[in-house]
Design a protein around this ligand. Structure first.
Ligand code: BUP
Length: 458
């Protein structure tokens, strides 16, 4: 130990979808006998994130924690009031301060694992000091390709030339073209805050030592292969696919007495991630859909954008009598649940999900068939990956959040298909098997993680 033990700093950005994979990575790196310092972004966007961070440190006392205070976002020029986009901008704007803070850590850092959103701010500072920076991508390899190529799409005006009713495709070297309707709408506007933050950080990708991907060879062979062969852009760093990242141990064991009492594979688990996407009317239709599908359900529902204001009355939202009529077959939860445990539970038979990438990797790890219902951002591209890999069903006509009201009957039909499709069940099982193999002694993710840790030791 002592000075010979390599020291790695883990720098996530905000939002549960960004925090979770970094906590997992911190735990995995610490178990390779490295000294790990975890940078906690303050304030967090949601209370769930700060709870998750404290839960993590109660089981990982050997990992150092360092708070980093993010500068307030600059709302004067902002083109959006979305709290997550504003926070992304704030983090991106503060990243140079984070870079300086990292250089004062002791013992000096052997490497940094950082979020893409801080790449621009810390990249140059770290490379001047010869500290290798590995950028961790919290989305699919396919969406990473689109982001990496975004600066080029903007400069060449390829993307701004699309009109909103265009049903063309965006060509990206090395990977299958991305249908226009799957590209996040902000990307068509080069002045949108989200587009600017992503594009400016992606311009710094070439400064990184490597790109860590939470995916695995079997799941995304095309996009991983394209990067390994330098097809997307020739100046991008090498990729290191080490997914599915493994969950870490928590002190609190969740009790799921209701789920324990249900028959095997009988329950539809419904969760659209930590931020809400759906309109009130759509939530109501989803309620109708679940009810008329006749299946049992466990529905985790978030009714406002960020959990701090999450105080809406579910009863009013779901309509008179919903709870009375479904009390024997369904459970609705507003609280934070341990999703991995639900996906691992024998009673769970299907997963209705927005395709936040962590959820996708968790479904893959547990071989859980997914009804993909993407809402925002990277989720439509992720849903294409889910469909192509054989992990789920995708109804491409359902649109982005709020674009179209999908009726309960239509949802119920899809739920029946999800729960009865044997071909899908078999391919999901195969994916689980391959995800397990990726982490065997000689598996692709095990070997890739070892390559990274060997590089850091040198
Ligand atoms: Br909600 C919820 N419990 O109650 P995604 C989520 N999770 O464990 P998101 C719980 O949070 P972005 C809950 O397992 C996953 O690891 C879930 O990340 C966990 O979606 C994580 O799936 C959520 O990537 O993030 O939060 O919408 O918008 O960044 O994709």
């Amino acid at each position: 130990h002592g000075d010979s033990q390599p020291h790695v700093a883990i720098c996530p950005s905000s939002g549960m979808g960004h925090l979770m994979p970094f906590l997992r990575l911190a735990s995995m790196v610490a178990s390779c006998d490295y000294k790990v310092t975890f940078i906690a972004m303050r304030p967090t966007v949601s209370a769930a994130e700060s709870n998750q961070i404290s839960g993590f440190f109660s089981t990982h006392p050997h990992i150092d924690s360092l708070d980093f205070h993010v500068l307030p976002s600059d709302t004067s020029t902002a083109t959006t009031d979305d709290p997550f986009y504003l926070h992304f901008q704030a983090i991106s704007r503060s990243a140079h301060l984070l870079g300086h803070q990292l250089t004062t850590l002791s013992p000096p850092l052997s490497a940094v694992f950082s979020d893409l959103l801080v790449a621009n701010g810390i990249g140059k500072i770290l490379s001047d000091l010869w500290i290798p920076n590995y950028i961790v991508i919290t989305t699919s390899a396919r969406f990473y390709s689109l982001m990496a190529y975004l600066p080029h799409l903007i400069t060449s005006e390829t993307i701004t030339n699309f009109s909103s009713d265009d049903d063309g495709e965006v060509e990206i070297p090395g990977i299958a073209p991305v249908p226009r309707h799957c590209i996040p709408p902000p990307f068509f506007n080069p002045n949108h805050l989200f587009t600017q933050v992503v594009a400016s950080n992606c311009r710094s990708l070439p400064e990184a030592k490597g790109i860590i991907l939470n995916t695995f060879d079997f799941f995304e062979p095309e996009a991983i292969g394209a990067h390994q062969n330098g097809l997307v852009l020739s100046d991008l760093p090498p990729v290191f696919p080490i997914g599915p990242l493994r969950p870490f141990e928590l002190n609190k064991v969740q009790h799921l007495p209701w789920l324990d009492d249900q028959p095997a594979q009988s329950v539809v688990y419904v969760c659209f991630g930590s931020r809400t996407a759906m309109t009130r009317d759509q939530i109501k239709e989803l309620g109708h859909g679940l009810e008329s599908s006749g299946y049992r359900f466990l529905w985790v529902i978030k009714t406002s954008k960020v959990d701090r204001e999450d105080n809406e009355e579910l009863r009013g939202l779901l309509g008179d009598g919903f709870f009375e009529r479904t009390c024997n077959v369904g459970v609705v939860v507003k609280e934070w649940v341990n999703q991995e445990e639900i996906l691992a539970h024998p009673a769970t038979g299907g997963f209705i999900n927005h395709c936040g990438w962590n959820s996708v990797m968790e479904a893959a790890r547990h071989g859980m068939p997914v009804l993909a219902w993407p809402q925002h951002g990277d989720q439509k591209v992720n849903a294409l990956v889910v469909e192509k890999a054989g992990l789920g069903l995708l109804e491409s006509q359902w649109g982005w959040a709020g674009e179209r009201l999908v009726k309960g009957q239509e949802i119920a039909e899809k739920i029946k298909e999800l729960m009865t499709n044997n071909e899908l069940k078999n391919s999901a099982r195969k994916i689980k098997e391959e995800a397990r193999k990726a982490w065997e002694k000689d598996g692709s993710s095990t070997r890739t993680l070892m390559r990274i840790t060997d590089m850091i030791k040198k």
